[in-house]
Design a protein around this ligand. Structure first.
Ligand code: NDP
Length: 479
């Protein structure tokens, strides 16, 4: 697959003529080229998006909805092709891409296509003196920058509300996983999507990502990625008074009380720890278990973890696929060494898995569990973003809350208890934007999504995203 930029409704190579290799992480082999675009390509995309804004933003909500539904239906029609491309590009099990990633991308477009049909403006009545109504108007050109872990899923989670709200878009997928974004541009072309409304530019974050953030004609930035990148984006965008939404890293606590539904807590905690090789910002990588069930939980958890098959992502039995790149694999393996140096007891995993045949050079890591690490050590503080978790016992609710809140991050947390009062107290006390009780990753697209502290600024999801991608304007009428 040789990927091209999609600017102003036309496929093009980067102006500088430079390309990068696209690597399949399950084999370690390059299987295509990616444009290494530069600021000049972003200029072209920005000009196209700016020119398309007046006509796109003046379409009725019903007309925009109809275009987004066409995109959603086309994703559905190509679900298997997109899932295969996602699995190959990212290393995730094909089953996961088929049942989660691509259906969710389809649903993101559908959700915002329908949400704008049910939107309403606020009014504030001043009695005999007058009244106010608040228009929510699109802002202009939105820059949408997304990461590699859930490529089309997160790409569409930004693009769909930006377009639905009436903005035009320049979108940059991660250079590590560009395939499904490219296939999306093919879909746009096939359905005759209005030119210049959605422009997809490929290249490195430090080059075109930075050029998008700094561009004078791109008025709003929606970013999902690492906390350090988020900081550098803020430093550029804030003095330019751009509206920014930052969905950043996480180091999420999974707190399991003695009175939990044991079987459900074990099974779901395994999924929360290792889904997508632990490369989901919401993964529960710090598992705190109340002392009364700690040993029993540990045995059951390890039994389940040892039953997870690390295999070719395209095979039916794969529960753990490849991590996304060689660099990322090396980073995760360094964290495993760090955990040992910090005195952690390795309970299972801790090594690179070498498969036979097609995947013999692939980037696979065994699901890894440590215990006996203090809550304050680096392993428990820094985002590893791989299949590595820690188990830690606790005695009291206060102790659990202190440890759960004791990192710089605050994206998500999970609580397992059958006591409603414990759930309410913990839910209120946890420093996190999302708290799951007796479940994990149970998502309702209408709910606000995002983190506190170094996990981000702003919220995506539901009408929050439509609010982000619009500017409120109050109109006051004197009677
Ligand atoms: P990065 O921050 O490295 O990259 C994210 C995106 O930003 C990529 O498209 C990247 O391009 C681009 N980028 C990199 N540098 C810049 C820059 N200076 N200016 C503008 N854009 C830039 O994150 P990863 O791709 O490594 O993703 C993993 C991170 O994402 C984890 O920390 C994870 O927690 C977080 N994440 C957060 C989520 C949330 O909702 N809170 C959800 C999912 C992931 P390129 O890849 O081409 O360099």
């Amino acid at each position: 697959m040789n990927i091209r930029n999609y600017i102003d409704g036309t496929f093009s190579d980067p102006l500088g003529g430079q390309f990068l290799d696209n690597i399949d992480p399950s084999t370690g082999n390059a299987y295509g080229l990616i444009p290494r675009s530069q600021a000049a390509d972003v200029d072209l995309a920005a000009a196209a998006a700016k020119a398309a804004f007046p006509s796109w933003s003046s379409l009725s909500a019903a007309e925009r909805s109809s275009w987004l539904m066409k995109v959603s239906n086309a994703i559905d029609a190509k679900l298997d092709t997109l899932a295969l491309a996602e699995s190959k590009d990212n290393g995730k099990p094909l089953k996961l891409a088929t049942t989660v990633d691509i259906p969710r991308a389809r649903d993101n477009f559908k959700f915002y296509a329908t949400a704008i049909l049910h939107d309403a403006y606020e009014t504030h009545d001043m009695g005999v003196n007058g009244f106010n109504y608040t228009l929510r108007q699109p802002i202009g050109v939105a820059g949408c920058i997304s990461p590699w872990n859930l490529p089309l899923y997160l790409f569409s989670w930004k693009i769909a509300p930006a377009l639905a709200a009436g903005n035009t878009v320049i979108a940059k997928p991660s250079e590590v996983t560009p395939a499904t974004a490219y296939l999306l541009s093919e879909i746009l072309d096939e359905i005759g999507f209005p030119k210049g409304v959605l422009n997809i530019v490929h290249g490195l974050g430090a080059e075109i990502g930075a050029a998008i953030v700094a561009h004078n004609d791109i008025n709003i930035i929606s970013f999902t990625g690492g906390t350090q990148t988020g900081k550098s984006i803020s430093a550029v965008a804030a003095p330019m008074f751009k509206k920014i939404s930052l969905e950043l890293g996480g180091k999420n606590a999974n707190v399991i009380f003695d009175d939990c539904d044991f079987k459900d807590a074990v099974n779901t905690s395994v999924r929360a720890a290792f889904a997508n090789q632990g490369q989901i910002c919401l993964c529960g990588s710090r598992i705190y278990v109340q002392r009364g069930i700690y040993e029993k939980f540990k045995i059951a958890f390890l039994e389940r973890v040892n039953g997870l098959t690390v295999a070719d992502p395209l095979s039916n039995e794969a529960r753990i696929g490849a991590v996304v790149s060689k660099e990322h694999m090396e980073k995760v393996l360094r964290y495993i060494e760090l955990a040992k140096e910090e005195g952690g007891t390795l309970l299972t995993g801790g090594y690179r898995v070498k498969l036979e045949g097609r995947c013999k050079k692939g980037y696979f890591i065994a699901p890894t569990v440590f215990e006996n690490l203090p809550a304050t050590c680096r392993t428990n503080q820094e985002e590893i973003f791989g299949p590595v978790v820690t188990l830690t016992p606790f005695d009291t609710e206060e102790e659990a809350l202190t440890m759960a809140n004791g990192t710089a991050y605050g994206l998500a947390a999970t609580i397992w208890t059958s006591d409603l009062k414990t759930a309410h107290r913990m839910g209120a006390g946890l420093h996190a934007g999302i708290v799951w009780v007796n479940c994990w990753l149970l998502r309702d697209l209408r709910t606000p999504f995002g983190g506190v502290k170094q996990s981000g600024v702003g919220r995506e999801g539901g009408f929050e995203a439509l609010r982000f991608f619009t500017e409120p304007k109050n109109i006051c009428i004197k009677l």
